[in-house]
Each structure stands twice: as structure tokens, then as C-alpha cells.
Ligand binder design. Structure first.
Ligand SMILES: [Zn+2]
Ligand SMILES: [Zn+2]
Length: 345
């Protein structure tokens, strides 16, 4: 039988590794043989029922692999090409697409949520995605496992650029999980000199320190604002990034940011979240409060090259599970074990 192993999302709390029909490339399409796929915090939000995904879909929007089939009419992609994807299939007609912001496309479909993604031996890539140039070739010296982090690193670069951080500047990140650490590594690469991370889990803070964070803070024991002010000479950070879905932490970000600085709500929140905040923190400090989600395509095109210049990037990957144990990989990630967890077909 022409089948493959894949993780299937049935409904919140219900995922299973199953044998399903193996896809083949029709006109304009390609098939990628997955080499590494990474679990995202948003995959867990789908699992917990906090974010929509189509029942029966194969999760996974962070992956890399080799092109093994291509349909008639596919140009610029060869069999054997090592690739990753921008997983957003955009309409290219709406006002956001026209402005180059395909991540905000009002008709967007995303691999791993609406279309089958990378937690499988093979991934069928639609003609639309191929046409949009969202299949991105990897430089020879970027290994597949690292390349599977192109998407989260692109989201992180987008977050940093929206916050207009500059060399010599400072950043405060709430959450020292994978996304917090990616902010740290990019901040270092971009020449920021002050990097402060906050988390409730001491092991994560130790890891952040080992990777060169200039200060860490555990809100269970320390006053967050005090630590950030001390680390920034009393000014506050140029940008505060909230990479956990806790709306009550927004106030911590507002208090830790310098006047005219940026606060970015980077992580998604549970539906219908609410919080109380003092609007004067925004008004009198002239803060810019924004959100970012995913990234326009050009961030991906740059990121596959930036990855080779991030010597510590591979240290974000702490666990690997075979595809047959993808459900165990979810459990491990839900238990906050380590940082990025890869699923290897
Ligand atoms: Zn992701
Ligand atoms: Zn669009």
C-alpha cells in the first residue's frame, strides 16, 4: 500500500500517529520528504483547544526536507533540493497581500492548521504555495534540523524589527522558552548589549544565562521592574516582548519599557482573555504597544541565511522524538521539558 506515517489532529486533546495515504504531486505541486519538524507553542494551543485547526489535519508548520516529487509546470525547484517553507498560503489579492504582508492575508490558509503540515513522512505543497515562492531553498551549510527553525526565527526577527531595536540597545523578554531564547540569540546577533529574560522556571533562566543573557529574573522571587531598571541604568528596556500567553504580564512589560519604547505581544493568548492595566503607563511614557504574528515572506528569505551566522541557534533544540512517538513529543513539550522539540520521521 502507498501509505505514510503521519500525526493526525482529531480534536482538542486527541492526536494519534496513523498510516494515511501518501500524497503525490499533481500539476504545479511538489512533495517534500520531511527530515525534521519542530513543535510550536501554537501546536500546543491547538491541542488544548485554544486555537482552531481543521479536524483530521496533519500538524506542523515548522519543518525542512528534500523535494522528492514535482508536478508538471514547476520551475525553479529541482528534485533533491533541500528546502523549508513559509507555511502561509496567501490570496495575493487582498490589501495586505498587495502591501507584501501575506502573514495578514484575510484569506490565508496555513499548513498544519488548514492544510496538512510537516509532522509526516511526506508533505504535499499546493501549487499556490509553490507559485508564491514560499518553498525556500536552504544554503548548503544549514543543516535540516536547524532549518526546521526558520519559521519561528523569522517570526522572532519580525518581532524585533517591528520594535525597531538597534545595535547597542536593550530588550526585555518575558518567557525564557524557545521563543524567548530565539529573541535572545537574535538580539545578540543584532548587536543589542542588554538582554533580560524573565521566567518562572529556574532551569530556563540558567539556560538563558549560559547563552549569554545579561540579566535574568524569576518573578516568584524578585521584583521584575526593579531588575530591568537596574540592568538598564534606570531607563527601562527599548523593547519588551511578551512571549507567553499570560495577559496579566502585559503590565510588567509596560513598566519595564523606557519612554517611547515598544511593547510587543508576541505570544497568543487563550480566547477571551482580559486584563486590567493602567492606561497612564502608555500615555505618559508614549509607549508603542503592538502585536506580531508570523512574518512576511521576506523574513524567511533572509532567515535561511541568517541561521548560518547564529552559532548558538542549534542549542535551542533540546529533544528529538521519532515520528512514531510524536504524541509523546507533545506530552514532553506540554510538561515544559527543554526548549524546541523535534519530530524526526
Ligand atoms: Zn511556529
Ligand atoms: Zn491576501
Amino acid at each position: 500500500m502507498d501509505t505514510m506515517k503521519a500525526l493526525i489532529f482529531h480534536s482538542p486533546g486527541r492526536i494519534a500517529v496513523e498510516e494515511v495515504p501518501r500524497p503525490h504531486a499533481g500539476p504545479g505541486e511538489i512533495v517534500i520528504k520531511t527530515v525534521a519538524a519542530s513543535i510550536c507553542a501554537s501546536d500546543l494551543r491547538v491541542y488544548r483547544g485554544e486555537k482552531y485547526a481543521k479536524p483530521g489535519v496533519i500538524p506542523g508548520h515548522e519543518f525542512a526536507g528534500t523535494v522528492v516529487e514535482k508536478g508538471a509546470g514547476v520551475e525553479d525547484i529541482a528534485l533533491g533540493d533541500r528546502v523549508t517553507l513559509c507555511p502561509v498560503w496567501a490570496c495575493d489579492r487582498c490589501e495586505f497581500c498587495i502591501k507584501g504582508k501575506r502573514n495578514r492575508c484575510v484569506h490565508r490558509l496555513t499548513l498544519g492548521y488548514d492544510e496538512n503540515g510537516g509532522m509526516a513522512e511526506y508533505v504535499l505543497v499546493s501549487a499556490g504555495l509553490v507559485d508564491q515562492g514560499h518553498v525556500i531553498k536552504l544554503p548548503d551549510d544549514v543543516p535540516f534540523e536547524l532549518a526546521s527553525l526558520t519559521e519561528p526565527f523569522s517570526c522572532t526577527l519580525h518581532s524585533m524589527e517591528v520594535c525597531q531595536v538597534r545595535p547597542g540597545g536593550s530588550i526585555f523578554v518575558i518567557g525564557a522558552g524557545p521563543m524567548g531564547i530565539m529573541h535572545l540569540l537574535l538580539a545578540q546577533a543584532m548587536g543589542l548589549t542588554i538582554t533580560i529574560l524573565s521566567d518562572f522556571v529556574d532551569a530556563r533562566l540558567e539556560h538563558a544565562k549560559a547563552l549569554g543573557a545579561t540579566a535574568v529574573v524569576n518573578p516568584k522571587r524578585q521584583d521584575v521592574t526593579e531588575v530591568v531598571m537596574q540592568a538598564t541604568g534606570g531607563k527601562g528596556a527599548d523593547a519588551a516582548i511578551l512571549s507567553v500567553g499570560n495577559p496579566d504580564a502585559i503590565t510588567q512589560c509596560l513598566k519595564a519599557t523606557r519612554k517611547q519604547g515598544f511593547v510587543n505581544l508576541f505570544g497568543g493568548f487563550p480566547p477571551n482573555s482580559a486584563t486590567n492595566l493602567d492606561p497612564n503607563l502608555i500615555h505618559y511614557n508614549e509607549l508603542f504597544v503592538t502585536g506580531t504574528q508570523n512574518a512576511p515572506t521576506d523574513y524567511y528569505l533572509r532567515m535561511v541565511h541568517i541561521l548560518r551566522t547564529l552559532p548558538k541557534a542549534e542549542r535551542v533544540i533540546t529533544h528529538r522524538f521519532p515520528l512514531s512517538q510524536a504524541d509523546k513529543a507533545y506530552e514532553s513539550r506540554l510538561a515544559l521539558e527543554g526548549l524546541k522539540i523535534l519530530v524526526i520521521p
